[in-house]
Design a protein around this ligand. Structure first.
Ligand code: CP
Length: 302
């Protein structure tokens, strides 16, 4: 099996998405740590140029469970502070012999600059572009709940304009047969994304994915305070009460409590927010398996 990068959901066929989800489920249910075979052992470099809790530390847990060693890059103590470029930083790690890069970077499509790098890259988030590991853990959470994607109604609400989660989830869920609608402030509409009225679609949705306001990417609504945002565009208790009985609430987190979601709803019965985080470890184990090309389950990606 070949080593492969995983940069966007478009890199994956539908069959590969299901293989990754099934691998993640197998990692979850196996109750033991799978070890990367000796001939696939590499030293992984976790290159996070942007802050992260869930993605960074669940990749670390996935690496630990797979018995593969890794190092963490610290931008503040690196030669980035002397003006070194992204390309030269990554090319340096390649020259040093690292065998897989997990990269998060604030620039959309940063990986286009890295096309001549031979080491496989897993994209851990690029600007407002793509977030394939978040998408896969969202897909796993939905798949575990409903056992399918076809004909599910998924409402994605909030800061669509700046959200790489909206982009990756929207693309993949639509391709897998779900009906996806977007909602949120008009200021945060995005070309090519079908916007609907939030209040008129709560009863329609089987899955509601609330999004964080991406203030670090310049998102702001001049006229609204946090409480007003919750009332106008967020998931209030009143809106939660109108969700279908079987519907679930998701959020990629971190959550701005009391802004996009009423704080009491973060762990409400329909919420799967912490389940998503748990699923992130299994999905990232499966992604490392995909990138390194080892095969503990006897399944082939070729
Ligand atoms: N959902 C997500 O990507 O969270 P982090 O920024 O904490 O990794």
């Amino acid at each position: 099996m070949n080593k492969k990068s995983l940069l966007t959901m478009k890199d994956l066929t539908n069959a590969e998405i299901y293989d990754l989800l099934n691998d993640a489920k197998a990692f979850h249910s196996s109750h033991k740590d799978w070890q990367v075979p000796d001939n696939h052992h590499v030293l992984i470099a976790n290159l996070f140029f942007e802050p992260s809790t869930r993605t960074h530390y669940s990749f670390l847990m996935a690496e630990h469970r797979l018995g593969v060693q890794s190092v963490d890059f610290n931008p503040e103590s690196s030669s980035l502070t002397k003006g070194e470029t992204l390309y030269d930083t990554v090319r340096t790690f390649e020259a040093l012999g690292y065998g897989l890069f997990i990269i998060r970077h604030p620039q959309d499509d940063y990986f286009r600059e890295l096309e001549s790098i031979h080491v496989p890259i897993i994209n851990a988030g690029d600007g407002a572009g793509h977030h394939p590991s978040q998408c896969l853990l969202d897909l796993l959470t939905i798949y575990e709940e409903f056992g399918r994607f076809k004909d599910l109604n998924v409402l994605i609400c909030g800061d669509i304009a700046h959200s790489r989660v909206a982009a990756s989830d929207g693309e993949a869920l639509t391709r897998l047969g779900a009906r996806v609608r977007f909602a949120g402030p008009k200021e945060w509409e995005r070309d090519g994304y079908a916007f609907y009225d939030f209040d008129q679609n709560i009863e329609w949705a089987d899955v509601i994915i609330m999004l964080r306001i991406q203030r670090e990417r310049g998102a702001k609504l001049e006229s609204l305070g946090d409480g007003e945002y919750l009332e106008k565009y967020g998931l209030s208790k009143e809106r939660y009460a109108r969700m279908k009985d079987h519907a679930i609430l998701m959020h990629p987190a971190p959550v701005n409590r009391g802004v996009e979601i009423d704080t009491d709803l973060v762990e409400a019965p329909k919420s799967r927010i912490f389940k998503q985080m748990e699923n992130g470890v299994y999905v990232r184990m499966a992604m490392i398996k995909y990138a390194l090309g080892f095969d503990p389950f006897g399944r082939s990606y070729v």
